[in-house]
Design a protein around this ligand. Structure first.
Ligand code: HEM
Length: 273
């Protein structure tokens, strides 16, 4: 006789009760894949993007909570959340291994179906950049036709970023670091902040929490850079130097994005030590 898990107490009847699929909204998630071609690999392409967007959603959830915790001076819970964000980026980095199994021949089979859609238009990706502090307002234009998408991004650009809240911690510890005059711009290297960080890194024992906070941000950016590098390498492997579906120069545009620095003070201080 085959094993019946109900003998072990497993519930087998869910009429009128919340099941696994109900709780997780699986009906909606698992019916949201709509390949537009007959190409076998289009499903991989769709699911890879959708799962990346789900992980980005969680990253934003953690980053926003970490920012609040930092603003309230609760650094320990923020450390845990920022560690999770770095792990999410690591997870997204491993995901490229799946996409890399798709060859240029396979991608070409459904490339036309995408039209002009591209990850360039990922509003969650822009939100991650905006929350961290890399705010380039030009990147909002693809969302102008969707008020419900652009409004939160515009509002975000008026709020202190994660890094602004980190700088506020430096001020609270007595360092003389000026507030940014314009929040709707990327963080530029700031000599006063760099000097403060250099003092922290020269004496970690005295400034342990700030030191740990800085390292959490560097970890996050380190994994983020790896994501960008994996992306551009995968893209070159699949489309070479063709233009992107979003209209940019493709690999050349993505290479330029490799130079983006989220927290310049934290990288520059290293040269000073
Ligand atoms: C076959 C796979 C892929 C190709 C060929 C590809 C290609 C490109 C290209 C050429 C760009 C530059 C913008 C453009 O002109 O389109 C771009 C941007 C982007 N892609 Fe991909 N991509 C792929 C997979 C992915 C995946 C799985 C994600 C995950 C969400 C992703 C997210 C992004 C993001 C966020 C950007 C904007 C980057 C920035 O502006 O800094 N891409 N992609």
């Amino acid at each position: 006789m085959s094993y019946d898990p109900s003998d072990d107490g497993a519930r087998m009847s869910f009429d009128g009760r919340m099941s696994y699929g109900d709780y997780l909204g699986l009906d909606r998630i698992l019916t949201a894949q709509h390949p537009l071609s007959k190409a076998h690999d289009e499903m991989l392409f769709i699911i890879q993007h959708q799962t990346s967007e789900l992980w980005m959603k969680l990253a934003l959830h953690e980053m926003n909570a970490a920012r609040e915790a930092i603003a309230a001076g609760n650094l320990q819970p923020a450390f845990k959340m920022l560690t999770r964000v770095a792990r999410i980026m690591e997870q997204l980095n491993s995901a490229w291994d799946v996409l890399r199994t798709m060859t240029p021949s396979e991608y070409t089979e459904f490339r036309e179906s995408l039209g002009e859609s591209s990850g360039f238009q990922s509003y969650q990706y822009r939100m991650i950049e905006f929350v961290a502090g890399n705010r380039n307002m030009a990147m909002l234009r693809p969302h102008e036709h969707r008020e419900e998408l652009i409004a939160p991004l515009r509002t975000e650009a008026t709020r202190p970023s994660l890094y602004d809240e980190v700088l506020a911690r430096l001020r609270a510890a007595g360092f003389d670091v000026p507030e940014r005059e314009r929040l709707d711009q990327p963080h530029r290297p700031d000599p006063a902040a760099r000097a403060a960080w250099a003092a922290v890194y020269r004496d970690p024992a005295q400034w342990w929490e700030l030191y740990e906070l800085a390292e959490k941000l560097v970890d996050f950016e380190d994994y983020f850079r790896r994501w960008r590098f994996n992306h551009v390498t995968t893209v070159e492997r699949i489309i070479g130097f063709k233009r992107g579906s979003g209209g940019t120069s493709g690999v050349n545009y993505l290479r330029r994005m490799l130079d983006v620095v989220l927290f310049p003070d934290l990288w520059e201080l290293r040269t000073e030590l």
